[in-house]
Design a binder for this molecule. Sequence first.
Ligand code: FEO
Length: 190
Amino acid sequence: MIIFVQNNAFVLKPLNDFPMLYKKLAASTEKALNEQVQLEAESSQYYLAMASWAEVQGYNGIAQFLYRHSDEERVHMLKLIRFINDRGGHGIVPTLKQPAVTFKNILEIFELVLSHEILVSTEINKLVDHCLQEKDYTTHTFLQWYVAEQIEEEKMATQILDKLKLIGEDKGGMYIFDRDMATLQTEDRR
Ligand code: FEO
């Protein structure tokens, strides 16, 4: 939105009315970014479903971790929507399909988290490649935050899986793991 004065009155105009002021997103880039909006929204729903299942099973620490993770995926989606709009496009709030309701066990949940994050990384890399082909260096720079984030997310899921494999069937180990997960940061704060 741009505010300017016309006939002694403040007038609000959408950025789209001033294409000469900035370089708009290419239609193909806007479409690709909106597909990523959808994937981040689906990630949030997916982790929310996992959190709810874990909570019902009595894994309150794991549930807290997954609720936080779900919230952060929503933030990833919002960052994309705001960026698309700032660049003269339209961030589209997507329809979401029903995620899984039940899961086999905690190990399966984190195997699914890792495979889902690998999928997200693949899609981010495709977006980065698209930006290079389009010579859209602004969007390319914006996406570097997501590239770094995906390194952390895959690392975190892998480390959690390593711990779960060590714990195996040990119920005491699982109790401590659940307690520790309540305070585990879902994003690297370096
Ligand atoms: Fe936003 Fe975990 O990808």
